[in-house]
Design a protein around this ligand. Structure first.
Ligand code: ADP
Ligand code: MG
Length: 424
């Protein structure tokens, strides 16, 4: 059987590290709202107001709305006429009353302390006349883009109608920028198209850690399934000095090394891919750590019996629910020596308090770290917010899928579609 730690040699191999950095072609420089004249002009802002809703239909978490405020405030200061648009949830191309954006307009209005007018559609004559009546500094919010099936289909006529409302397009929707939808990639074909301040911050943060991180640089990867994260693992492995694996995916890594994993879900079709990642870690001379111990349970539910066991001795009939206290100590110790950490995927089923400790320990370690700490991934962001530690991290991404796309080293269509910055 193979060891849990790969390899025993410490430290990175500088030669391979430098080469990995040179390969990067994630993005070229793009124009931002500071590079165009928006004074007095009609500016269409694609924002990401896709906020979680409570069962009674109120906004459960307004982080994404707050994250869009700097761009909106900047445009108001420039006396622009601000036309906001977004999707909310997944209406199937039809109007769903509970997903109207008036909800978001009200919250925005409170946060900005100025009126935000919610329109009842996002294209059409009524929208056009409302926009025609705007003065500098006014803000309107178009209706949920996904009430029209043309949004997801990237319909050219729909994109042209949206573009027709404005003179400048701003993409500030990092969380939607991995989608080739009309408001993300269609509209910028028709207008000067630039990045908003949130999009700029998100993209710059991921670029910096991927291309020029302060070292040592660690990645903590967890979550339910290795198949969701293979591309991320394959991209990040040539960039980091340390790779820590937790979550449900640890089972597939353990199985790939010949250990029993009880009734944990093992992705048998990914065993070879996982072995290749371990082999690459050895080849690159970086440390890849699996949890040395785990919390196992009979069921992934509150109230289920639990035990802490060495990861190499998972009993039959039990499954991995969290990393164990020994693993949390070891991971925290390793991370505390790093200057840059990126984290995607919880260490356990943190939604159940009995299985949240590993995730909480990692969050606390990052909160105390003196260096750059970046969280990407919807559930991981939820977890750090739940622990009240989000303010103590360098950056908690507003985009789940978009963050994964960047960590996988793939371009974001919504960024590619923007105008290139002029050569310095
Ligand atoms: P993110 O949204 O941050 O990218 P993922 O979507 O990959 O993260 O994973 C989040 C989910 O992984 C959570 O719902 C969590 O309950 C689940 N998870 C974590 N550890 C385990 C485990 N050991 N077994 C099953 N599910 C797990
Ligand atoms: Mg997720």
């Amino acid at each position: 059987m193979q060891p849990l730690i790969y390899p025993d040699l410490p430290g990175p191999s500088p030669l391979l590290r430098g080469y990995a950095g040179m390969q990067n072609v994630i993005l070229r420089q793009k124009k931002t709202i500071r590079d165009v004249d928006v004074r007095g002009r009609r500016v269409l802002v694609r924002a990401d107001f896709n906020v979680p809703l409570d069962e009674d239909g109120t906004i459960a978490d307004d982080t994404r709305i707050r994250a869009s405020l700097p761009t909106i405030r900047y445009l108001c200061e420039q006396n622009a006429r601000v036309i906001l648009c977004s999707h909310l949830d997944r209406p199937k191309g039809v109007v769903e009353e509970r997903l109207r954006l008036a909800l978001v307009a009200n919250r925005l209005s409170v946060l900005l302390d100025r009126p935000v007018v919610a329109l009842r559609d996002c294209i059409g004559p009524e929208v056009e006349s409302a926009v025609a009546g705007m003065s500098g500094g006014d803000i309107v919010l178009l209706e949920n883009l996904r009430f029209h099936p043309e949004e997801r289909a990237d319909d050219p006529a729909f994109a042209k109608h949206l573009a027709g409302l404005a003179e400048v397009y701003v993409n500030d929707a990092f969380g939607a920028s991995h989608r080739a939808h009309a408001s993300v990639v269609g509209v910028p074909e028709h207008l000067p198209a630039v990045a908003g301040l949130l999009l700029e911050k998100e993209v710059k943060t991921f670029r910096r850690i991927l291309e020029d991180p302060e070292r040592p640089f660690a990645a903590v990867i967890g979550g339910a399934k290795v198949s969701d994260k293979l591309e991320v693992l394959e991209n990040i492995i040539s960039r980091v000095d340390l790779l820590l694996i937790g979550g449900g995916m640890a089972a597939t890594f353990l199985a790939s090394r010949g250990y029993g994993t009880g009734i944990s879900h093992v992705e048998t079709d990914r065993l070879d891919a996982v072995r290749a990642i371990s082999a690459q870690a050895t080849e690159l001379g970086l440390r890849l750590l699996l949890p040395r111990d785990v919390v196992v349970a009979e069921r992934l539910e509150a109230g289920s019996p639990t035990r802490v066991v060495p990861a190499t001795e998972i009993p039959d009939g039990w499954l991995i629910a969290d990393i164990g206290p020994g693993a949390a100590d070891e991971f925290s110790h390793e991370l505390s020596r790093c200057r840059t950490v990126v984290w995607n995927g919880p260490m356990g089923v943190f939604e159940v308090p009995a299985f949240a400790e590993g995730t909480r320990r990692i969050a606390a370690t990052l909160a105390n770290l003196r260096g750059t700490t970046v969280v990407g991934g919807g559930s991981t962001a939820d977890a750090v917010v739940r622990f009240g530690l989000d303010d103590r991290l360098t950056h908690v991404s507003t985009g789940g899928g978009a963050a994964l796309t960047m960590l996988a080293g793939r371009p974001l269509p919504g960024v590619t579609a923007l105008d290139d910055a002029e050569e310095p």
